[in-house]
Design a protein around this ligand. Sequence first.
Ligand SMILES: Cc1ncc(COP(=O)(O)O)c(C=O)c1O
Length: 396
Amino acid sequence: MKDDKSIFTKAVHADIDLAKNHGALSVPIFNASVYGFEDADEGSAVHNYEKPGYYYGRLGNPTQTALEKSVASLENGEAALAFSSGMAAISAAILSNVRSGEHIVALQSMYSTTTSLFAFLSENFDISVTYVGATEAKNYADAIRPETKILWIETPSNPLLNISDISAIANISKEAGIISVVDNTFATPFNQRPLELGADLTVHSATKYFGGHSDLSAGLLVGNRERLADAGLKMTRLLGGSIAPQVAWLILRGIKTLALRMNQHNNNAYGIAHMLQSHPKIKAVYYPGLETQKNYDIAKQQMDGFGGMVSFDLGEFDTAKRFLNELDVCTIATSLGGVETIIQHSAAMTHAVLSKEERAKAGISEGLLRLSVGIEDEEDIKADLLNALDRIGPAV
Ligand SMILES: Cc1ncc(COP(=O)(O)O)c(C=O)c1O
């Protein structure tokens, strides 16, 4: 299929290869970890990458290849690599591009385990990291040193939905002769395609919207073929964070409804963010589609939709806890991107690994709640949130 189709069409058709799969509309799950050869020459050629093929599970299989092609098509990248988790994809992006003695510029407020990974690399492998306020592209430029190799971007960021200007930061990286990497988990290619904006690599926790049903863990890395070949060889071969064929298949199935689901996530979250914004018990609402959000103009420019994530602040730790206990439709759970609405208390859950001071530095207040808006009826989710707000007592 030509590449000029809408993402609604691409999502449904990207993996279909009738000639290869006996006409099957669903890619088969290749449950094989070992592949045999017709003769010794073929075995040698495949092992030495002189002939395309598969020989060992850790190094790929045809179901995984179908997934990688589909994801590359959705992100408008040359190639993609699939991993066993988002963190495996993030580790691959970093370790295939940075060596000991080198430096990364990253955002101050982002997914907490990425922050922990950077701390681990600094403490143990002499890779230094400078954290910057990422809503100003200039802060990245100011932090670049001769030994800098990566500008790390996460937009919208977890959990504050901060917006960074992808093309401005990608231009800064190009001028410096280094690379920019965007964690595109919150947006998905339905809403934002960083490679089109000049970024070198995109990473995803496919555990979230790509899978979409809260039933798998996986990661994706997308970019140009040469860079990914190197990352794939080094990172899946040596570190081994490979995806299982059954999981690759589940994501392929999830992708067929990615556009439909994202459309509903976007619409529901847009309505809910606006409703929360006008509620007197809520101190602040963070959502890329609110005019009050910093860099709203940039979000409007670089995103096709604003996504399904909304964070809001109830002020005190205990107020947030009481609110959670009053919910019925929304489930208290970490993670995001599934069909069901889930909500989590950042200070008590995902960001509990940081100290109170570190959370404050990252802008995460003790009463911050992060809502992953599902695809249920918008009015049912709104009613559940309003009911819980009613029951937590008067505004203070
Ligand atoms: C923005 C972001 N990136 C990466 C990850 C890590 O993904 P995984 O849990 O699949 O390793 C997460 C997980 O929540 C995330 O929110």
